[in-house]
Design a protein around this ligand. Structure first.
Ligand SMILES: [Cu+2]
Length: 335
């Protein structure tokens, strides 16, 4: 009996020692762990149909263009979802429209995480996805199990998701989405009452009329030309950064059909980190590209600094895209 009691006492002391050791290290350990702990992030995407302006009144499109759209949360692009690697997304897709919509999240791995399936008008669906893979991904509507996917994407049903890696350095971040529009209405002066709609024949023939840059053609291009000026957007917005400031650009091409030959006019693009080459004696050497090819349905990240002050132009080097509204001006000032 005495032996058993002694054994218990020794066991209790041993457990107490282990517990006290654990407790003594727990404060700093749990603090570190908390910061890395996956967060549960709730995302609500509301699918709907609507009408919005996609071209301002300009020299190429007098009166501009109003268009029949489909959107997530009423905007083109839909909201940019930004999460950390390891986060858990609780996604709700609510269909407030008149037709079937759905969601295809390129950041998800596996049908139960990446695909909502059909969501009928008036219904909603909630599911979870683990953001295990860092990167830049598009999301879009799949229409009714792929039927009509072309129209849903080409009229605005897409957005982006960024899964941040813990290794990222702090940087000034921007995002820009490009996408094609195939419209039944060729803008002509004096026909302001008409509203453009998706043109299936032009889509099949691959004849896009417009390229949207964050939801509007010519959104970020005020004018081209110095003598014979072509006014493209009298209230164009521009991007502003400082020399030598680390910037990170998330560039998306929603397509739905054509590649984007992305270029920074007056700049160079460090090759993607995954393609980073380390040469002997040159620890952080990058290979530089002048064009980053961005296929339809994808996004990319460009991390760079601008060496000199002045004007840079983010563009599709398929030059015809400029006349369809693709591009954005970056003004770089001295720091
Ligand atoms: Cu849809």
């Amino acid at each position: 009996m005495e032996g058993i009691v002694k054994g218990w006492i020794i066991s209790i002391i041993a457990v107490a020692v282990i517990l006290s050791a654990l407790l003594s290290i727990s404060p700093s350990f749990s603090t570190t762990k908390e910061s890395n702990e996956p967060r549960i992030k709730e995302i609500l995407l509301i699918a709907n149909e609507g009408v919005q302006r996609i071209v301002p009144d300009n020299n190429l499109y007098p009166e501009g263009l109003i268009y029949n759209t489909m959107t997530f949360n009423g905007t083109i692009p839909g909201p940019l979802i930004s999460v950390n690697q390891g986060d858990i997304l609780k996604i709700t897709l609510r269909n407030e429209g008149k037709i079937i919509h759905s969601l295809n999240l390129h950041a998800g791995f596996g049908p139960t995480q990446a695909l909502s399936g059909v969501v009928q008008p008036g219904e909603s669906k909630t599911w979870t996805m683990k953001a295990d893979y860092p990167g830049v991904f598009l999301y879009h509507c799949d229409g009714d199990n792929l039927n009509g996917i072309w129209e849903h994407i080409a009229t605005g049903m897409y957005g982006g998701i960024i899964v941040h890696s813990p290794q990222e350095k702090p940087a000034k971040e921007f995002f820009v989405f490009f996408s094609e529009v195939y419209t039944s209405f060729d803008s002509q002066p004096g026909i302001e009452s008409q509203i453009g709609s998706f043109d299936f024949e032009k889509f099949i023939d691959n004849r896009p009329d417009l390229i949207l840059t964050n939801g509007m053609a010519f959104r970020y291009i005020p004018v081209i030309g110095t003598q014979a000026k072509v006014m493209l957007n009298s209230s164009a917005e521009t991007f502003h950064v400082k020399t030598d400031e680390l910037t990170r650009w998330y560039i998306f091409n929603a397509g739905p059909r054509n590649d984007l030959a992305f270029n920074f006019g007056a700049g160079m693009i460090p090759a993607d980190n995954s393609e980073k080459i380390i040469e002997e004696g040159e620890k952080d050497a990058y290979r530089y590209d002048e064009i980053r090819d961005i296929p339809p349905g994808s996004g990319t990240v460009i991390e760079m600094t601008f060496p000199e002050k002045g004007t840079y132009f983010g563009n599709d080097h398929d030059i015809g895209s400029l006349l369809k509204g693709a591009g954005f001006v970056v003004i770089v000032d001295d720091k």
